[in-house]
Design a binder for this molecule. Structure first.
Ligand code: NAP
Length: 411
């Protein structure tokens, strides 16, 4: 099932549980705006290449739309649409005053030089600058993009609209980025894990972890789990996976990856097949790479008792059902990876106020938001006797539906 069909299915299930009016339900599914642009740039060798960029603005009932921009060869409009919708529910679950959006360019950033990436980002910004904005739609990094990408967007946008640091989040600190933003999604994943484990009378230091993806989210989650005494027994990136049942030295792995560019040839563990990571023997599995990686082909073989969705939409609905029946507890993406957008919100607030917070305050507030959202989800699970995923969906959808009705929605 593709990402959009899966996201729509979860939304409809939540709408049924909430007893939403059918017209309101239909209207909440339809995106506010879908943008497609052709970005033609000269490559370093002088040849012209065209890349297709998308921005889907899903809903703005609760505030400006918010969501990452992804550079990946498999970016497609349906997936961007699904991810934009997930952002709408996610910002509501986190209780931050935003709607949802998502963007992407179909390209492989690893095949582009820095100057080609800069040209592509600037052309994309030129094409969408009048549709984004501080109180309209605020992009952030996602897979394949980073603080430097946001710096180029900020610079290009500011040429049209004047200096506007709050138009993007996840910026470099020197351009108004927030302390703690780079680590925020991974840190939020760990705060979410701690909240769940505490419910079950456990802590990170008691358990073993397998993490798929060693980029921004995966490496920060691994580092913070390792710091708390949790045993990270397997990690993967696109080039392969490494395991060590005594626990991988995460600091050494981060150093190895930053020096060699991949996890390959790491001496502190044994190499395993990438796909094996998802079914590796561990207590907690944290997918932090692509969508749809847990599906009906591998769900039965998953050994973890807990799955924390660091990535967006890593669990296909069929896998969700299989895992639920197996008794695996899943913390859904719209809660588990909300740390990034939460600190993005703090960054936006700091930019608008012109007042920087220290890192301690950022992390403390993040923990408070993550704990509050967990308690709110638990409350919905209790009221509706449902899974954590439906607890999160009903929480988010209900808030957006209420805001829509209060604004004076009419069918
Ligand atoms: P990233 O920095 O680009 O890292 C992605 C990681 O996934 C990389 O380590 C990559 O390997 C790895 N990967 C890609 N394909 C893989 C495969 N087939 N098997 C194993 N690993 C694979 O991206 P990110 O920002 O961490 O985002 C990861 C996920 O979290 C995405 O689903 C994203 O939407 C979600 N998310 C991110 C944020 C955020 O603030 N960044 C916020 C919320 C949600 P290489 O290192 O070898 O390229």
């Amino acid at each position: 099932m593709n990402a959009l069909a899966a996201t729509n299915r979860n939304f409809r299930h939540a709408a049924r549980i909430l007893g939403l009016d059918s017209k309101l339900e239909k209207s909440l599914l339809i995106p506010f705006r879908e943008i497609k642009v052709e970005c033609t740039i000269p490559k370093d060798d002088g040849t012209l290449v065209t890349y297709v960029g998308f921005r889907v603005q899903h809903d703005n009932a609760r505030g400006p739309m918010k969501g990452g921009i992804r550079y990946h060869p498999e970016v497609d409009p349906d997936e961007v649409n699904a991810l934009a919708q997930l952002m709408t529910w996610k910002t509501a679950v986190a209780d931050i005053p935003y709607g949802g959006a998502k963007g992407g360019i179909g390209c492989n950033p690893k095949d582009l030089s820095m100057s080609e990436l800069e040209r592509l980002t600037r052309v994309f910004t030129q094409k969408i600058h009048d549709l984004i904005g501080i109180h309209r739609d605020v992009p952030a990094p996602d897979m394949g993009t980073n603080a430097q990408t946001m710096a180029w967007i900020l610079d290009e946008y500011s040429k049209f609209h004047g200096h506007s640091p709050a138009v993007v989040t996840g910026k470099p600190i020197d351009l108004g980025g927030s302390l703690g933003r780079e680590a925020a999604t991974g840190r939020g994943v760990v705060y979410a894990t701690e909240a769940l484990l505490a419910e079950h009378g456990k802590s990170v230091s008691d358990l073993t972890f397998a993490i798929q993806g060693f980029g921004n989210v995966g490496s920060w989650a691994a580092k913070l789990i390792h710091e708390r005494g949790g045993k990270v027994v397997a990690v993967s990136d696109i080039t392969g996976a490494v395991k060590n049942r005594n626990g991988i030295d995460i600091e050494a792995l981060i150093k190895h990856k930053s020096e060699s560019g991949s996890l390959r040839n790491f001496q502190g563990g044994d190499t395993i097949d990438s796909d094996e990571l998802l079914v590796h023997d561990c207590d907690v599995l944290i997918p932090c790479a692509l969508g749809g990686v847990l599906n009906r082909e591998n769900a039965t073989d998953v050994k973890a008792k807990y799955i924390i969705e660091g990535a967006n939409h890593p669990t296909d609905p069929e896998a969700d059902e299989i895992l639920f029946k197996k008794g695996v507890v899943i913390l859904p993406d719209i809660y588990a990876n909300a740390g990034g957008v939460t600190v993005s919100y703090f960054e936006w607030v700091q930019n608008i106020q012109g007042f920087m917070w220290d890192e301690e305050k950022v992390n403390k507030e993040l923990q408070r938001y993550m704990r509050r959202a967990f308690n709110d989800i638990k409350m919905m699970c209790k009221i509706h006797d449902c899974s954590l995923r439906m607890g999160a969906f009903t929480l988010g959808v209900n808030k957006v539906a209420r805001a829509t009705l209060l604004r004076g929605w009419e069918a």
